[in-house]
Design a protein. Structure first.
Length: 246
């Protein structure tokens, strides 16, 4: 179980303090699939990074299976089964896709079959990719999918995916959605997926709209999806003000 208690993250800007995350409390039960959604700049990535230990909260605590992990580093959290896929994954020159999957899995040598299974789940063919380096020669969408495959290979207990849909074609996206659905049905892992995609949002046990560093709304996909549509189709506050001034 993951528990966030009064989590805040503030930065100093122009002499003042800017709250990026503001007093967030949340519990995610084992085996649950929670989707964070909401406008860009709302704080979703910062929230995910604080769970992974990439951002150090300025207040509050994070508990994982009852243990306070607030002060633990990334490596220690990874050992406890927490993994995070970057919104924009880094590239690793000199490391092949097979190396990356092997490292992630913790096995000394990952069989081609196993690599193939992970890559197929993100819509890539092992024959084309196993010996490729994870460097600038790969497209953004390819790197993204390879990173997701490495998280699958890690077989963590808490998997956090930051906008897995970014840069991914429709065919691979369909495969990826199916993969999330199967992982969730298998029940072994807790998943937090940051996404704007209706198909991913629909898979969630709980959808949480994050905005201005707060949990704005939460509910089932059926409760939240119409709200998101209404929000996005709503009037632009700036334009509305202009119209009123005329
Ligand atoms: N270290 C930082 N310094 C200043 N601003 C930051 C820092 N980290 C994040 N932000 C700002 O916090 C807000 C939330 O960012 P982010 O978590 O990436 O949002 P999201 O993932 O929801 O788009 C953005 O306005 C971003 O520019
Ligand atoms: Mg983000």
């Amino acid at each position: 179980m993951l528990e966030l208690k009064h989590l805040s993250y503030a930065v100093h800007e122009d002499g003042g303090e800017l709250g990026i995350l503001n007093d967030i409390s949340l519990t995610v039960g084992d085996g649950r699939l929670v989707v964070f959604t909401g406008p860009n700049g709302g704080g979703k990535t910062t929230l995910a990074k604080s769970i992974m230990g990439l951002v150090k909260p300025t207040a509050g605590q994070i508990f994982w299976n009852g243990r306070d992990i607030t002060d633990l580093g990334i490596t220690e959290r990874a050992r406890l089964g927490i993994s995070y896929g970057f919104q924009q994954p880094p590239r690793f020159k000199g490391l092949t896709v097979r190396d990356l999957l092997t490292l992630a899995s913790g096995d000394e040598r990952l069989s081609k079959d196993r690599c193939c299974q992970y890559l197929t789940r993100v819509g890539l063919c092992a024959n084309d990719y196993l010996d490729r380096e994870v460097d600038a020669s790969l497209s953004g969408g390819e790197v993204k999918r390879i990173e997701i495959a490495s998280i699958l290979a890690r077989q963590g207990k808490l998997m956090i995916f930051d906008e897995p849909e970014a840069g991914i074609d429709l065919w691979s996206f369909a495969r990826l959605t199916e993969t999330f659905e199967q992982l969730h049905a298998a029940g072994g892992a807790t998943m937090i997926i940051i996404s704007h995609q209706e198909r991913i949002i629909s898979l969630a046990d709980e959808v949480i709209v994050v905005g201005e560093g707060r949990l704005r709304h939460r509910g089932t996909p059926a409760e939240i999806l119409p709200r998101i549509l209404a929000d996005t189709l709503g009037a632009c506050p700036v334009l509305t003000k202009e119209a009123m001034a005329q």
